[in-house]
Write a protein of this length. Structure first.
Length: 422
C-alpha cells in the first residue's frame, strides 16, 4: 500500500527525533520460499506429535479426529488422510479410538435382554470369568486375529475344551457383528476369529429293541415317566418343552398336542397328532386335571422338574447305561427319516429350525448300513437274474431267424445266399 501524506509527516517527525522508522512501518505479507502453503479448508492436516512418526488430523461435524499413521513417510500419511476424507464424504467413517470391547459386549447383553434369550446367563458367566479378564478395556480396533489366537492359547493351557472355547469366541464374534450392523457402525470390520473343529458331538440313540426294555423299566417308576419316554422317543422333543407342557395344550378330541409360540427354544409353535401309544398314555395323565395343571406330575401330584437319578437308574436296568435323555431327540429325528417322512415335515415335528441342525441329529447307525448292504445285494441279484434270462431270449431270436432263413431257402432253391440246415 502506498504511504499517505500523514505517514510521510509521521516518518519525518520520528526521523527528527532520532528513532528508526522501520519499527512503525507495517510488515508486508511475505511467505518464505521453503514454508508450505496453508491447506484448504476441509482437507485435513499432517503433523508430528513429539516424534518422527506422522499423524493426520481432520474435522467431522466440528469434532476433531487425530490418528497415528505409524509411518514417517509423508506419502503414506497423505494416502491415509485422503482415505479418511473419502470415508467422511461417503458416511463410512468409523472412529477407531473410543470404542471398547466392553461396550460391544454390553450391547450384546442388551440384545439378549430385549429378545428374552434364555442363554443370557451363560453369556454373562463366560464374559465375566474368561473373556473379560483378557479383553476388558481393550479398543475394538486393536482386537486382531493374533490377539484372539493368544486368547485361545491361554484357554487351551487352562485345559478348556474346544467346544467351550468355541462358545466363548462365539460371544466375541456376535458382539463385533452387532456393532458392525448398528447405525452408525461402531466398528469398521469384524476380525477373523478362528474356531475349533468340534469332534465331541454325541452320536447316541435308542434302538427299537432297547426302547421296549426301557419302556418296561419306566412303567415301574410311574405313568409320568412312561409317557415322557414315549413322547420324546416318537417326536424328538426337548426335555424343557415336555416338562412345561400344560393340560390345556393336549386336545383329546382332536388327538393333538400344541406347543405355543414362545414356549420352545426357537420361539416357533408346533402342532402334532398323537399316535395310539401316546394318546393312551396322555389320556390317563390329564384325566381329572385342570387346564393350567402340568401334564407330567408324579403320583403325589407334584410337578416333575428333575428326574436325572431316576433316568440313570432305569437306563442301567434296561441295559443302556450311557443313554442321555437328549439322545431321544436324536432318535426321534432318525426314526422320522427312516419312515420316509419329508425332511421339512420332520423338522416341524422335532422343532429344528434349519436343515443343517436337523441333519446333525439324523444319525446313521449300523442297522442303516446293513439295510444299505441288503439293498445292494438285492439289486445285484436282480441284475444276475436278468443276465441269466438274456441267453434264452437270444436263442429264441436265433431260432426265429433260422426258421426265416430256412423258409427263404425253400422258396428260392437257386439262391446262393441261403444257408441250408445240415
Amino acid at each position: 500500500m502506498a504511504p499517505t501524506i500523514i505517514d510521510n509527516l509521521l516518518e519525518a517527525a520520528i526521523s527528527n527525533a532520532g528513532l528508526p522508522c522501520s519499527i512503525f512501518r507495517p510488515k508486508e505479507n511475505t511467505v518464505k520460499p521453503d514454508q508450505p502453503s496453508k491447506r484448504p479448508r476441509g482437507s485435513g492436516w499432517i503433523f508430528k506429535n513429539g516424534s518422527d512418526t506422522l499423524w493426520i488430523g481432520f474435522s467431522d461435524r466440528g469434532i476433531v479426529h487425530r490418528e497415528n499413521t505409524h509411518s514417517t513417510d509423508r506419502k503414506t500419511a497423505e494416502n491415509l488422510l485422503a482415505l479418511r476424507l473419502a470415508e467422511l464424504k461417503t458416511d463410512t467413517y468409523v472412529p477407531r479410538t473410543n470404542i471398547r470391547v466392553d461396550e460391544l459386549v454390553a450391547d450384546l447383553l442388551a440384545e439378549y435382554r430385549e429378545k428374552q434369550q434364555k442363554s443370557i446367563g451363560h453369556v454373562k458367566r463366560r464374559w465375566k470369568l474368561h473373556l473379560c479378564p483378557f479383553f476388558t478395556r481393550r479398543r475394538a480396533s486393536d482386537v486382531s486375529t493374533e490377539m484372539i489366537r493368544r486368547y485361545i492359547a491361554k484357554r487351551t493351557e487352562a485345559s478348556a475344551s474346544p467346544a467351550t472355547i468355541n462358545r466363548e469366541l462365539a460371544i466375541l464374534k456376535r458382539a463385533f457383528n452387532l456393532a458392525l450392523e448398528s447405525t452408525p457402525a461402531k466398528v469398521k470390520l469384524v476380525p477373523y476369529i478362528p474356531m475349533f473343529t468340534e469332534r465331541n458331538v454325541r452320536k447316541g440313540f435308542l434302538q427299537d429293541a432297547q426302547y421296549s426294555a426301557l419302556a418296561n423299566e419306566a412303567a415301574k417308576e410311574g405313568l409320568w415317566l412312561r409317557a415322557l419316554l414315549a413322547v420324546a422317543y416318537n417326536f424328538g422333543w426337548r426335555k424343557s418343552e415336555l416338562l412345561n407342557l400344560r393340560v390345556s395344550q393336549v386336545d383329546l378330541l382332536s388327538r393333538t398336542i400344541r406347543l405355543e409360540v414362545g414356549e420352545t427354544k426357537n420361539d416357533a409353535g408346533r402342532l402334532v397328532k398323537m399316535p395310539d401309544e401316546i394318546f393312551t398314555l396322555l389320556s390317563a395323565l390329564v384325566t381329572g386335571k385342570k387346564g393350567d395343571d402340568y401334564v407330567f406330575t408324579r403320583d403325589n401330584g407334584k410337578r416333575v422338574k428333575c428326574f436325572d437319578k431316576v433316568w440313570d437308574s432305569i437306563c442301567k436296568r434296561a441295559g443302556v447305561p450311557d443313554l442321555l435323555f437328549h439322545d431321544l431327540r436324536r432318535t426321534g429325528a432318525r426314526n422320522l427319516r427312516r419312515l420316509g417322512i419329508a425332511e421339512s415335515v420332520a423338522m416341524k415335528v422335532t422343532g429344528h429350525k434349519t436343515p443343517s441342525i436337523f441333519k446333525r441329529y439324523d444319525i446313521t447307525d449300523e442297522s442303516d448300513m446293513i439295510e444299505v448292504a441288503a439293498r445292494l445285494d438285492e439289486k445285484r441279484q436282480l441284475a444276475a437274474e436278468k443276465k441269466s434270462r438274456a441267453p434264452e431270449f437270444s436263442q429264441s431270436f436265433d431260432r426265429i431267424n433260422n426258421l426265416q432263413t430256412k423258409g427263404e431257402a425253400t422258396a428260392d432253391p437257386k439262391s446262393s445266399t441261403a444257408v441250408l440246415p445240415n
